[in-house]
Design a protein. Structure first.
Length: 407
């Protein structure tokens, strides 16, 4: 961004507009691509999306006008949205519920590794070779990785002649026959309506996601400015606080998956709720320390990342498990749309609140948003299985038992 300002004279307002374009197109894409992804082979859907993302990254670097920047950045966001639903589908089919949280957590660390590494790569490239080359290199990496995924990915274990993962690990939440019957008796539209649109649990998780992403995005986008302007921290030191936030997220993703699998025996809501509460406490404690105590800011930024990236990851797991395996992409994409509405809202709300009330309100407001997430989640503490499938199975078992008694 600094190099583009110097080279092209682009204003910060125009750069902010481009950032909003990406959030909007990416968020819209997650739901629509989720619907398409549930009907597609993730091997091709994900890899083609990544290849097209790389192409539009390169075309952005070849452009010089705001119109084409907005067009190619919007298309970049749209095809980036093709990544998440296939991943949700793959993780749902290749890992059973008793282990899925841990593996989902391992995958989720990619957010933090990418977030920590790419600024260094891009900044160094832009400094020596210009901002356009800094767009080309990630673009070519995306294209190369897209072809690699197309060669290596497989959609389900059955496509390789293996049994379903629930059979292999003997880890069925509902009976396998029940899920097969329900799948046969439902069209794609019915699965979408019954297991996503009319599913109250997906709505609760989606609203929670909105507030979680408000906190995450506000810290990512505004945290450095908060420490530099309000606390008077040198920019390099303030950057280390954001790095601590990302590293906290790395370990928080791993911990949240392990805790939900082991301590809560596959229950996702308790871990989501407790991590949301932890994020509220970490954000609230941020305001009580003098600006020169850098070590405390490092610790609390680490804890903020640790706790906020727990639900950032686990809400997606809960959406997939409280939906249907054939609607996992739609359910996670639906919730993801709410998440990026929260991300888009975060910048507007953060900017407006700090203009009216000053920086003093920044972290207390984030603590409040985290508490709202906690409040939404706690009533559903013991929900584990897809409620509709479980109810139908209960009815079928009752009918079988009545039939046996009559016999």
């Amino acid at each position: 961004m600094p190099a583009m300002i110097v080279d092209l004279g682009i204003s910060k307002t125009e750069l902010g507009f481009l950032g909003s374009v990406l959030y909007v197109t990416y968020g819209a894409s997650k739901f629509l691509s989720g619907i398409m992804g549930d009907r597609s082979n993730p091997r091709y859907f994900m890899s083609i999306g990544l290849i097209l993302t790389g192409i539009f990254n390169i075309l952005f670097g070849l452009s010089s006008s705001i119109f084409f920047f907005a067009l190619f950045w919007g298309l970049n966001g749209w095809f980036q949205g093709w990544g998440w639903p296939p991943i949700a589908k793959l993780l749902t089919h290749w890992y059973s519920q008793s282990e899925r949280g841990r593996w989902w957590g391992v995958w989720n660390t990619s957010h933090n590794l990418g977030g920590a590494l790419i600024p260094i790569v891009v900044a160094a490239t832009a400094q020596f070779f210009g901002w356009r080359m800094a767009m080309y290199i990630p673009g070519f990496l995306c294209i190369g990785m897209g072809f690699f995924l197309m060669n290596r990915l497989r959609d389900t274990p059955q496509s390789l002649g293996l049994p379903p993962i629930e059979d292999f690990r003997n880890d069925h939440v509902v009976s396998p026959q029940q899920e097969v019957n329900q799948e046969k008796n439902s069209s794609a539209y019915e699965l979408l309506m019954e297991y996503v649109i009319k599913n109250p649990y997906i709505w609760v998780l989606s609203i929670t996601y909105f507030f979680i992403y408000m906190v995450r995005t506000a810290i990512n986008d505004w945290g450095l400015l908060y420490f530099v302007e309000y606390k008077g921290v040198p920019q390099l030191v303030a950057s280390s606080f954001i790095f601590a936030f990302e590293m906290g997220g790395f370990f928080g993703s791993l911990a949240a998956g392990w805790i939900s699998d082991t301590l809560f025996k596959g229950l996702r809501i308790p871990a989501n709720a407790l991590f949301s509460l932890g994020a509220a406490l970490a954000c609230a404690l941020m305001v009580f320390f003098p600006s020169e105590l850098y070590v405390f800011y490092t610790i609390f930024m680490f804890l903020s990342g640790f706790f906020i990236f727990g639900p950032q990851m686990l809400i997606g797991v809960a959406c997939a498990e409280l939906s249907h395996k054939k609607a996992s992409g739609s359910s996670t994409g639906f919730a993801g749309t709410f998440a990026y509405l929260g991300a888009a809202t975060a910048s507007l709300v953060s900017g407006r609140l700090t203009e009216i009330y000053g920086w003093e309100i920044f972290f207390p407001a984030l603590a409040l948003f985290s508490l709202v997430s906690f409040a939404f989640l706690t009533p559903f503490w013991n929900i584990k299985a897809n409620p509709k499938l479980a109810l139908v199975e209960l009815q079928e078992n009752s009918e079988i038992e009545n039939s046996s008694q009559k016999s």
